[in-house]
Design a protein around this ligand. Structure first.
Ligand code: ZN
Length: 107
């Protein structure tokens, strides 16, 4: 997947780590990569930060039991009100585990 290469290179992973707790998080809105820290609109910045925090909250302790890798996330959509979250990881079982955790938390 092209998305993986552009978003989850070493630099972005590092940025994810500085954003918090080793969870890599990327945003793509309207086809452009967005850095929540660089968003000028206060409300939008807060919304993006909320998304990151709620996901990080639910998944921060999670890593692959087989490979020791943390999950990575891409939040993308046409605009800020229509974002969907995608989970990436080292293998299918990690991705499934994270998705279950997020679904569980969303109930
Ligand atoms: Zn794995």
């Amino acid at each position: 997947m092209v998305v993986l290469n552009s978003f989850f290179n070493a630099e972005n992973r590092k940025r994810g780590e500085t954003m918090g707790k080793g969870v890599a998080f990327a945003f793509e809105i309207g086809g452009r990569e967005i850095d929540p820290a660089q968003v000028e609109d206060q409300e939008e910045a807060a919304l993006l930060q909320d998304i990151v925090e709620s996901v990080v909250d639910k998944t921060e302790l999670l890593q692959c039991s087989e490979h020791g890798e943390p999950p990575r996330f891409l939040c993308s959509g046409e605009n800020i009100n229509e974002l969907s979250l995608e989970v990436f990881g080292c293998c299918e079982s990690l991705i499934r585990e994270v998705e279950e955790l997020l679904n569980e938390a969303a109930k």
